[in-house]
Design a protein around this ligand. Sequence first.
Ligand code: SAH
Length: 454
Amino acid sequence: MNKNDIIELNITSLTSDGDGVGRAGETVFFVPNTAVGDTALVRVLKVKKNIAYGRVESIVTPSSDRIEPDCPVSLSCGGCVYRHISYEAELGAKRQKVIDAVTRIGKLDGSLVRDIVPSPRADGYRNKAMIPVGLNRAGEAVMGFYARHSHNIMPCIDCRLSPDIFNRITADFYGFIKERPGLIYTPAYRRGIRHLYLRYAESTGDVMVCVVAGAKRFEGDTELFDSLTEKYSAIKSIAVNINPDDTNVILGKKTYTVYGDDHITDTLCGLSFDISPQSFYQVNRAQAERLYSIAADYADLSGSETLLDLYCGTGTIGLSMADKCRALIGVEIIPEAIDNARRNAAQNGIANARFICADATAAADRLRAEGIRPDVVVVDPPRKGLTPELIDTIAGMNPDRVVYVSCDPATLARDLAIFTDKDYTLKEITPADMFPRTSHVENVALITRKLTSH
Ligand code: SAH
């Protein structure tokens, strides 16, 4: 088999990234934008021993999962990988991804994986968008999304995952920048505009517009902001974030509010949370409420417990349960997030919470040494999961229940296996689809202590 050969392939499964998998003799093929049950003509792009990568040339027999993608850039954009299959098929693929991780990596019982909780909406669910602004080869302004595995901007100002108001504001912003390509950031013009960053508080309808640029002012800024606020009464805050550095990190350190408040306010689980450009906030609000309610069911608090919320961000999970426990301790490494968490507790009248700004492993170790014995521990780490030392410390604190919220099934499965090697049992895992159409899937796992007495 050689590069550029065309072969016929049956797609029999999907990888955890959503690529189709098929076999040709001894070779396993990975082909994006295919569905289980497809027979496709595939162009060979790369062969490495028994593994090959291919691109669909045409579909011979379509899978019954297939639907017509309703976005013109979905096949090349790096965002959606499941826009060509039905939402039911996507949910099935995501649940299977979790079962595969639990059984193959964790060597645990796959039947503990419950049904996946569908997102209330599969489109328009994102309350945050960061839309890169750049120049194409012809020197014209482009706005859109990074193509898969690259930093080339795919022109697209009408994303299906964004609420309508984001697309309308983006279209107006694009109209402005199209006339002024000289204002766009390049390595030679570091004062230029780099991203349009939008956030939306669904409960109030309030919108924040943040322009990421190399400098605070750009030509025509006042007229642009005036016209936006005149047209959209929902815009309650406009900010400019300064990032002149040659880096992949989108936001710089300094943000100036140029119109309205420095934040917008949303409600989540009945509590109000301030959202500023730098603060973390769940992107799919309606589904975050479902996720937190599963976590609350698993935490099963009666009012007398000490609850430890590790990797707490702005405190949302712990604060949503604070009225059901005696004391809440939150731990988070980012100082701004801890400031937000403290302010969020105060403005919701929550007095039984304290927040520690530290690495979770170090903080848990210290709390254990101080004799703190939480009854329930919630963890919500980034993709890399927990450290073995932290799992050791948590187990050593003897909580009755550990609620593990995870955005990566592979590291979740790895960590669950470590818990089950100690005095803990995996009770169940509920996958929740926080990011429809993308390959990501969120999970909540309940881990309980084997012995009932301390
Ligand atoms: N539970 C929150 C945030 C989860 S995101 C929510 O639902 O909104 C994961 C959080 O872990 C981020 O806020 C990140 O800043 C924090 N984090 C990353 N590494 C950490 C570490 N070593 N110790 C403590 N917190 C960490």
